[in-house]
Design a protein around this ligand. Structure first.
Ligand code: ADP
Ligand code: MG
Length: 564
């Protein structure tokens, strides 16, 4: 039976964009389809651990070009798809990522199609190079075979298929060449090899394609000037496969790590930093951790699940294992492969697993150690990191008070008023003039607005530096920290500054006594003010309004905004 169904509006828009408005990076379609094939094999392998009937010892992905038909096929012997899965994954049900991908791409002027994989809609990238796509599949779940066909943006059909073994064959019918675009290039052997090497080198299963080889010939034959060597084709594995996290740290170059990261996490930029961990002993595991340059599109949506990929003994278990990474480091991408976890570990038992807990603690330590190295020795890079991710560290400090305080507080940068650049607490303290006992901070958008605060005059007159807190989280963090190296934080917006000597204090008390009546009448005419005092924190300005108690004006504003 053959059924025809219509694509949902969003999928249609996505397909329309794929077909009509993307001009660059079309070659990534192959990476996306190979990555799906590899996922499908992972899934079959995982299921086969408990159902030996569906096991295979010969997992592979084959890419083939047919020059006459102008088709490329990508075949895998993975899980396959049931008819429901064909519909849900490729068909009617609007995929959640479609809308976000469209929005992300429409925001940019040049569509950055490279990132499509992040949105869970990579399959549709096939339509950048093909005007017809078929998916012939047989599922390990119900032993049925189906054929999905789509010729454009309106609709697709599903009918019974005749595939005998488990897996999926995707066939792309390439678009016709135009003056600007030669789709037939993708049929070339060298092109296919190049793309596999470039984007899929670290896929863990062999990716094979037909490669031209010379027929054997004798020395004698080759001497003949009229000799024309004959050729034949052999199916050859193109990718290197070896999981680089299993290699020794010293054998892996930065370039290899960067390429691995980009291929695995579908980013188009190198990561800011990579951390490669090999641990052997009581607990044995390898980990690769990456800090991306820019937030992924879903970073700040509620759909974003943090987590690291989990492998045990090289077998893929879970895509986002959230127990491996604390919330405040949710921007870290990577994977952990351990020999100490049972293969049948489930999401439920993971949480309780002691090995996982130990690995997680270790992973956190490694990341903090790398950040601490960067803050000291690689400042430019650290500031680049800090632009997007510093805020998370601040939240970490605020929420995690106690546990990670010591390592985290030295990773915080705040803007210094005197130097007009980002400095650490310890750099601030080192430059404190003799006699300064407290660390001063002011709430304000930038140096200019802070310099207008009347209270600044006194601090400036003493030559003290002031941290400018411009992010809403800053003050919460400072309040939680209370002090750094036994030097209390002091807000010049709200605290009465204790910067005067005994004699001045005495004078001030006398003045207060003398002006008692005046102060009382001012207070009466300003009913919303709690207290009117004579202050020494002003030098040039005649008066100022201060917040009292725990909350500053800024914090009150933030809390109010959050409660709305
Ligand atoms: P993602 O891979 O991020 O889920 P895709 O659009 O690339 O998004 O693929 C959608 C879904 O289609 C996959 O999650 C998978 O369930 C299914 N799928 C795609 N290709 C295959 C394949 N070769 N074998 C089995 N399932 C596949
Ligand atoms: Mg995919």
């Amino acid at each position: 039976m053959k059924t025809t169904k219509k694509f949902k509006t969003e999928t249609k828009r996505l397909l329309d964009m794929m077909i009509n408005s993307i001009y660059t990076h079309k070659e990534i379609f192959l990476r996306e389809l190979i990555s799906n094939a590899s996922d499908a094999i992972d899934k079959r392998h995982y299921l086969s651990l408990t159902d030996t009937n569906i096991a295979s010892s010969d997992y592979q992905i084959v890419v083939e070009a047919d020059e006459e038909k102008k088709t490329i096929t990508i075949s895998d012997n993975g899980v396959g798809m049931t008819v429901e899965e064909l519909e849900n994954n490729l068909g009617t049900i609007a995929k959640s990522g479609s809308k976000e991908f469209l929005e992300a791409v429409e925001k940019e002027n040049t569509p950055e199609v490279d990132i499509i994989g992040q949105f869970g809609v990579g399959f549709y990238s096939a339509f950048m190079v093909a005007n017809k796509v078929t998916v012939l599949t047989k599922s390990v779940k119900d032993n049925t075979s189906h054929l999905f066909t789509s010729e454009g943006i309106e609709s697709y059909t599903i009918e019974d298929g005749d595939k005998e073994d488990y897996g999926t064959i995707i066939t792309l019918y390439l678009k016709d060449d135009t003056e600007d675009e030669k789709f037939t290039d993708y049929l070339e052997e060298y092109k296919i090899k190049e793309l596999i090497k470039k984007y899929s080198d670290y896929v863990r299963y062999p990716i094979k394609t037909w490669v031209t080889k010379l027929d054997p010939s004798t020395e004698e034959e080759r001497k003949d000037p009229n000799f024309k060597p004959k050729t034949h084709k052999e199916l050859e594995t193109i990718n290197s496969m070896l999981p680089i996290w299993k290699k020794n740290k010293s054998e892996v170059t930065d370039d290899e790590l960067n390429n691995f990261y980009k291929a695995k996490f579908m980013d188009w930029q190198d990561p800011i930093t990579s951390i490669h961990v090999n641990v052997e002993g009581m607990l044995t595991y390898n980990a690769l951790l990456f800090i991306p340059k820019k937030p992924f599109y879903d970073m700040y949506t509620d759909k974003n699940d943090k987590g690291l990929q989990l492998y045990t003994k090289g077998v893929f278990i879970l895509d986002k294992c959230k127990d491996l990474i604390p919330d405040y480091l949710r921007f870290v991408k990577g994977l952990v492969d351990s020999a100490d976890l049972p293969l049948n570990i489930s999401r439920e038992t993971l949480q309780e697993d002691r090995a996982i807990k130990k690995i997680a603690a270790n992973v956190e330590k490694k990341i903090l150690a790398e950040l601490s190295r960067m803050v000291k020795n690689d400042r430019e890079k650290y500031e680049e990191f800090y632009k997007d991710w510093g805020r998370h560290l601040k939240f970490g400090l605020y929420e995690n008070y106690g546990e990670r305080k010591d390592s985290l507080k030295d990773l915080i940068l705040l803007r210094s008023f005197n130097e007009d650049k980002l400095v650490t607490f310890s750099e601030y303290v080192e430059k404190m003039p003799e006699g300064q006992k407290e660390i001063y901070y002011a709430i304000g958008a930038d140096k200019e607005s802070v310099s207008k605060l009347p209270q600044m005059d006194l601090v400036k007159s003493k030559g003290y530096d002031v941290f400018i807190l411009s992010e809403d989280i800053d003050e919460f963090m400072i309040t939680v920290l209370k002090s750094y190296n036994e030097k209390p934080f002091k807000s010049i917006n709200k605290d009465e500054l204790d910067l005067i000597d005994e004699e001045e204090k005495k004078k001030l008390d006398e003045l207060k006594e003398e002006k008692k009546e005046f102060l009382g009448s001012v207070k009466e005419s300003l009913p919303s003010v709690k207290e009117v005092i004579i202050s020494k924190k002003l030098v040039d300005a005649p008066c100022c309004v201060s917040a009292s108690g725990e909350l500053s004006f800024e914090m009150e504003r933030v809390l109010k905004a959050q409660n709305q």
